[in-house]
Design a protein around this ligand. Structure first.
Ligand code: DX5
Ligand code: ZN
Length: 227
C-alpha cells in the first residue's frame, strides 16, 4: 500500500560550511527524513561525507537519517554508519557480490535496510529480497551528483515496484531519488512513490524558503518567495 508522502531532503545540496544549521533548518521546515548521500570517488565519481559527519549531525535532528551509500565495498562500513546514527541504510547491488548478506548485516545492527536501483539496473535484484528490505530506492538520475535531470524511464520502474510492494503486503518505502522538482514530484507520487528525495528543490532560496519548498513537493500550492 502506498504510504503517506514523505520528503527526504538531501544534504548534498546544503551549505557544507554550516551543515548542522542546515539540518536544523530543514527539520524545522517540515522534512520527514534527512537523506545523506555518501560517495567514495570510486563507485561514483564524487567524494562526499563519511560516518564522522553523520555522527556530528546526529544531535541536530530527531528525524530518521536515511543514509544512501554510493560506495563499494559497503560491508566494511555498515557498522560505522549504524553506530554513527543512521536509521535507514541503503546500498546498491553493484557494490558487492552478496546483496542478501549486506541486507542482513544492516538489519543485524537494528537498522532498516534499503536497496537502490540505478537507471540501467533491472528490478530482478529485489525479487528474492522483498521479504527482507524496508525500502526500495529508484534512482531517477545516475548517482554521483545533485542537480541532474529526471530520467523519465524511472516512472515505469516506480509503477512496477509499486505492484511488487503491494503484492508483498509489506510496508516497504518506495523512494525516488534525483531530479525531483515540483512537477516530477507529482508524477512520481502518481506512479506510486511515497518517499521523495530532493536536494536542489529543497535547499534553495535560503532557509526561509525551505518550508515552502517542501510543501510544494507534497503538492500543496504555496507561492514562491517574490513571485
Ligand atoms: C545523487 C544523489 C541524490 C542527489 C539528489 O547521486 O543520490 O540524492 O543529491 O539531488 P537533486 O535533488 O538535486 O537531483
Ligand atoms: Zn541519494
Amino acid at each position: 500500500m502506498q504510504q503517506h508522502v514523505r520528503i527526504a531532503p538531501s544534504i548534498l545540496s546544503a551549505d557544507f560550511a554550516k551543515l548542522g544549521d542546515e539540518v536544523r533548518a530543514i527539520t524545522a521546515a517540515g522534512a520527514d527524513y534527512i537523506h545523506v548521500d555518501v560517495m567514495d570517488g570510486h563507485f561514483v565519481p564524487n567524494l562526499t561525507i563519511g560516518p564522522s559527519v553523520v555522527k556530528a549531525l546526529r544531535p541536530h535532528s530527531a528525524l530518521p537519517f536515511d543514509v544512501h551509500l554510493m560506495i563499494a565495498p559497503a560491508d566494511p562500513y555498515i557498522a560505522e554508519f549504524a553506530n554513527a546514527g543512521a536509521d535507514i541504510i541503503t546500498v546498491h547491488p553493484e557494490a558487492g557480490p552478496h546483496l542478501h548478506r549486506t541486507i542482513q548485516l544492516i538489519k543485524s545492527h537494528g537498522k532498516k535496510a534499503g536497496v537502490a536501483i540505478n537507471p540501467a539496473t533491472s528490478l530482478d535484484v529485489v525479487d528474492y529480497l522483498i521479504d527482507d528490505v524496508d525500502l526500495i530506492l529508484i534512482m531517477s538520475v545516475n548517482p554521483g551528483f545533485g542537480g541532474q535531470s529526471f530520467i523519465k524511464e524511472a516512472f515505469t520502474k516506480i509503477r512496477a515496484v509499486r505492484e511488487r510492494i503491494d503484492q508483498s503486503g509489506r510496508a516497504i518505502d518506495l523512494e525516488v531519488d534525483g531530479g525531483i522538482n515540483d512537477k516530477t514530484a507529482g508524477e512520481a507520487i502518481a506512479a506510486g512513490a511515497d518517499v521523495l528525495v530532493a536536494g536542489t528543490a529543497t535547499f534553495s532560496g535560503g532557509n526561509n524558503a525551505y518550508a515552502g519548498n517542501i510543501r510544494r513537493l507534497r503538492g500543496e500550492s504555496v507561492a514562491r518567495p517574490g513571485g
